[in-house]
Design a protein around this ligand. Structure first.
Ligand code: CMP
Length: 133
């Protein structure tokens, strides 16, 4: 099924010059980047994007980190792209990420994990609307 997902290269991925590497992997997989922008997220947008985590102990650290510098936000389209990007990105904790995933190769912690992907079709729609409307 043709789907859309929301992908964001986080401030650590941008600072470490991983934008080309990540976009290359997405394109080589055959997915299509239909929207792309670089921006520094406002605290308000960050709180809305991560609203489901607002009561978690790591919430403030997550908001400080995600607003700390520019991110690259994208809409990525393709057959089964939501699950496909979930697999390409890998587990939140790099210690659990499988070889071949972006987080196995580049993430250093649960916070500094270089990339965000939508975890469902509903999240994708909500996140795309938040960043691209
Ligand atoms: P992301 O895919 O952007 O979605 C939610 C984010 O919360 C996740 O990546 C992590 O960066 C962060 N996160 C999840 N669990 C933890 C945790 N236990 N400690 C710190 N950050 C976390």
């Amino acid at each position: 099924m043709q789907e859309k997902t929301f992908i964001m290269i986080k401030p650590d991925g941008v600072k470490r010059k991983l934008v080309g590497e990540i976009i290359g992997r997405i394109e080589k997989k055959g997915y299509r980047i239909s929207r792309i922008t670089m921006l520094t997220i406002s605290e308000r947008t960050a709180r809305e994007h991560y609203a489901e985590h607002k009561d978690k102990p790591f919430f403030n650290e997550l908001i400080n980190f995600i607003t700390s510098g520019p991110v690259v936000a994208m809409v990525v389209e393709g057959e089964g792209v939501i699950e496909g990007m979930d697999k390409m990105v890998g587990a939140t904790d790099p210690a659990d990420a499988l070889p071949g995933t972006l987080r196995f190769d580049y993430a250093v912690s649960k916070t500094f994990n270089i990339i965000h992907r939508s975890d469902s079709a509903q999240s994708a729609e909500r996140e795309i609307n938040l960043f691209f409307s």
